[in-house]
Design a protein around this ligand. Structure first.
Ligand SMILES: NC(=O)c1ccc[n+]([C@@H]2O[C@H](COP(=O)([O-])OP(=O)(O)OC[C@H]3O[C@@H](n4cnc5c(N)ncnc54)[C@H](OP(=O)(O)O)[C@@H]3O)[C@@H](O)[C@H]2O)c1
Length: 313
């Protein structure tokens, strides 16, 4: 029997990586993952072999990638804390790309961010652009997918907007709430990633969904769909940040960062590009109206607890 082609997905027990791994298995590939969370509960019942990232042991990192054809890279951090930072994520991603080259990986499908730019005022977008450049300079074949916001069962932003709507009588939007965003369904991103993994040519794709929302309309749509029509008020970004931070603290979480608020308000999650996804957020919300936002999703809990699936964190 012919051996299966091996593809490696970072963080296959996390969010986007899980959907990519599932699609790769369905397509008949052998799937490995490199992850910080080797023992995280996952749906693959032993079909995805997990290796640690080993950023500080490049030879072992190379060994975990050896023999694979494609690497799907989801690795990143959402904000700076005492334990992780964007600059560390850039250094580690560089090590990952170098290891991929040494291991004989043919192509990297890299998940970036919409509007990544080295001249961006926002560290997330700037450092993502640095990583994109490092990938282009690596000499490996690449596809760079640039999503704005992902939605799906394990997402944080859409889920937590719904959670706030379920739990508070008033919802405050930052400033006038008229900035735009284009969410993509996580499994549409996964489909795109797997399609791109099979190609040869270098590509950069704005991975946005078919619906564009103005933020306050997004909040209204979620509220209406889950049956929690609330008073939606405009507050200054500073007040909104203080309020979100206070609620986040109750969960030991960072609900939203100051940069995320400023990036959102600066339309960083919007681009005038054709949609790459087909699933409408409005349909997803209707289909999941009874479950979305029933519990708070915590970025920090996901970083601290490496056993439970994201479904519970
Ligand atoms: N989620 C969104 O709405 C969104 C929007 C735009 C772009 N993106 C991009 O899409 C990619 C995947 O995002 P995702 O939400 O699906 O991520 P995720 O599954 O939560 O994490 C992806 C990978 O990064 C690792 N990771 C995340 N935070 C980390 C931290 N603080 N320290 C160390 N490792 C960390 C995870 O660790 P484990 O190995 O422990 O799982 C996993 O390997 C990322 O590159 C992100 O920038 C996401």
């Amino acid at each position: 029997m012919a051996e299966k082609e091996v593809h490696v997905v970072t963080g296959a027990f996390g969010f986007a990586g899980k959907y990519i791994a599932r699609r790769l298995l369905e397509a008949g590939f052998e799937v490995r993952t490199v992850t910080n969370s080797q023992r995280r509960e996952n749906p693959f019942v032993g079909r995805v072999k997990a290796y640690p990232f080993n950023f500080n042991d490049p030879e072992r990192l190379v060994e975990s990638l050896r023999g694979a054809k494609v690497l799907y890279n989801t690795y990143w951090v959402r904000f700076n804390t005492a334990n992780f930072s964007f600059s560390l994520a850039v250094d580690n991603t560089m090590k990952l790309f170098e290891a991929a080259g040494k291991a004989g990986i043919r192509r990297i499908v890299h998940i970036s961010i919409l509007n990544a730019s080295e001249s961006s005022a926002f560290e997330y977008f700037k450092d993502k652009a640095i990583v994109e450049r490092l990938l282009k300079e690596s000499g490996l074949s690449y596809a760079i997918l640039r999503p704005a916001v992902l939605f799906g069962k394990e997402d944080i932003l859409i889920n937590n907007i719904a959670w706030f709507l379920r739990n508070f009588p008033v919802f405050d939007v930052f400033g006038n709430g008229n900035y735009k965003l284009q969410p993509i369904f996580v499994d549409d991103l996964a489909r795109l990633a797997v399609e791109e993994g099979l190609k040869e040519e270098d590509r950069i794709i704005d991975a946005i969904g078919p619906e564009m929302y103005v933020y306050k309309e997004l909040v209204r749509t979620i509220a209406r769909t889950i049956g929690k029509e609330r008073l939606i008020i405009s507050v200054s970004p500073e007040i909104g940040y203080i309020a979100s931070t206070a609620v986040g603290r109750l969960f030991g979480d960072v609900t939203i960062t100051w940069d995320e608020i400023r990036g959102l308000m600066a339309n960083m999650l919007y681009a005038d590009s054709p949609p790459a996804g087909t699933t409408k957020l409005s349909d997803y919300l209707r289909e999941n109206a009874s479950t979305i936002g029933m519990r708070y999703s915590s970025e920090m809990a996901r970083r601290k607890n490496r056993q439970l699936s994201y479904d519970h964190l």
